[in-house]
Ligand binder design. Structure first.
Ligand code: TRP
Length: 339
C-alpha cells in the first residue's frame, strides 16, 4: 500500500480564494493529482492544528469542508489513491512534532522568515507560531512524502524538513524519506515559472485576498456582473498596442495570461491572437466574458457537492492516514526506546 511514492499537499481551511489562488495554485495541484494518481498516493490534508496559531475567522469545520469542495469542483478525480484528511484527526502528527522538537535546534527555527514576520513588533508571541515548521515537518515525514507542492513562501520550511530528517536519520535510524528539494518540486509541477496573477488595479503586485480594494481582485464567488465590472475597470497602460510584456505592460499581460488559463489554452496562442491590436476594450470584453463563463461553470459544479460527500471522504481518508502515520510513528518511538 505504501510502496507507491506520495505527493502531499496541505490545504489551509480557507474557502475564500481569489481567481489568482485558483489559477496559480489550486488548478495546477488538481492537474498534478489527476496525472499522477495511478502511481502515487495523493495526500490532500487540512493543517487545522496550524490554523489555530492565530484567531480563526468563521467556523473551522465548515471552512475545511468548503475548501475541500473547491478541489472536487475544480475537477479532482477521486481514484483510490486520493486521500483527504484533517491533521487533528491523525494524532501521530502532534506526537511526531514533539519528538522532532527534541531533534530541532532553536537556532534553526529562529531563522525562519515567516516566524520573524509574524512575530515582528508583537510583545507576546505564542509558541505555536515558533514551532509551526516542526509540525509541518511531521506532516510530511510521517508519509515519506517526496513531492510537496508549496509556494515559495514555504520553501524555507521544506528545507528545514529536509534538515531535520537528515539529522534524525544520521543520529538515530535511517527511516525518513527526504522530500525533494524545492527547485526540483517546481520542475515536477511542470508549471514552468510560477503563475502569478496580478492585482487588477495595481498589476505590479500579486492579486491578493487581503487587498482592500474590491476591484483589485476577483473572488471565486463573484457573479458575472461583478467579474465584468472589475475586468472592464482593470488598469492598463498608455502604450496603445497589445503585447505580452510583464515589465512595460503588466496589466495587459495579466489579462492575456488570465484568458489563456481560463480557456486552458497555451499562452502563446492567446498572445498571437491579440498581438498588435489597439483596442484594449475588446480584449477586456473578451476576458470578462471568458472569466464569467469559467466561474459560472465552477460555481454550478460546487453547488452539486454536499457536505456529506466531503465528510465521507474525510472519514475514509483518515483511516488510511492513521494507518500509515501510526506505523511510521511506532518506528520513531522505538528509536527513542519509547516503545
Ligand atoms: N504551511 C503551509 C502553508 O502555509 C500549510 C502546510 C502545513 C503544509 N503543513 C504542510 C503544506 C505540509 C505542505 C505540507 O501553506
Amino acid at each position: 500500500m505504501t510502496e507507491q511514492p506520495t505527493i502531499l499537499t496541505g490545504i489551509r481551511a480557507n474557502s475564500e480564494l481569489t481567481l489568482g489562488n485558483f489559477l496559480g495554485a489550486l488548478i495546477p495541484m488538481v492537474r498534478l493529482a489527476n496525472t499522477h494518481s495511478n502511481n502515487y498516493h495523493i495526500n490532500i490534508f487540512t493543517p487545522d492544528l496550524h490554523s489555530i496559531i492565530s484567531d480563526i475567522d468563521g467556523e473551522l469545520q465548515q471552512n475545511i469542508i468548503k475548501s475541500l469542495k473547491n478541489y472536487l469542483a475544480a475537477g479532482l478525480n477521486l481514484t483510490e489513491n486520493v486521500h483527504f484528511y484533517r491533521q487533528s484527526h491523525v494524532p501521530a502528527h502532534s506526537e511526531l512534532c514533539w519528538i522532532l522538537n527534541c531533534v530541532t535546534s532553536m537556532g534553526d527555527l529562529n531563522r525562519m522568515t515567516q516566524y520573524k514576520d509574524k512575530s515582528d513588533g508583537k510583545d507576546s508571541v505564542n509558541v505555536g507560531i515558533f514551532d509551526y515548521p516542526v509540525l509541518m515537518a511531521a506532516d510530511i515525514l510521517l508519509y515519506d512524502a517526496e513531492y510537496v507542492p508549496v509556494g515559495e513562501d514555504q520553501f524555507q520550511h521544506l528545507e528545514l524538513t529536509r534538515r531535520v530528517a537528515e539529522k534524525f536519520n544520521k543520529q538515530y535510524v535511517d527511516i525518513f524519506t527526504l522530500p525533494v528539494e524545492p527547485k526540483k518540486q517546481v520542475e515536477f509541477m511542470q508549471v514552468g515559472e510560477a503563475i502569478r496573477i496580478r492585482d487588477l488595479q495595481n498589476p505590479e503586485k500579486k492579486m491578493s485576498k487581503s487587498t482592500k480594494s474590491e476591484n483589485s481582485k476577483i473572488m471565486l464567488t463573484d457573479t458575472p456582473e461583478q467579474v465584468k465590472k472589475k475586468i472592464m475597470s482593470a488598469t492598463t497602460d498608455s502604450v496603445g498596442k497589445i503585447s505580452f510584456d510583464m515589465f512595460n505592460q503588466p496589466g495587459i499581460s495579466n489579462l492575456l495570461q488570465i484568458d489563456a488559463l481560463v480557456n486552458d489554452m497555451p499562452l502563446q496562442d492567446v498572445i498571437s491572437t491579440w498581438s498588435g491590436e489597439t483596442h484594449y476594450g475588446d480584449l477586456k470584453q473578451k476576458v470578462a466574458e471568458d472569466v464569467a463563463a469559467f466561474l459560472g461553470e465552477f460555481q454550478r459544479k460546487l453547488a452539486t457537492i454536499s457536505d456529506d460527500e466531503v465528510l465521507t471522504l474525510l472519514q475514509k481518508g483518515e483511516i488510511y492516514a492513521n494507518e500509515v502515520a501510526n506505523a511510521k510513528l511506532l518506528e520513531v518511538q522505538k528509536a527513542f526506546h519509547l516503545r
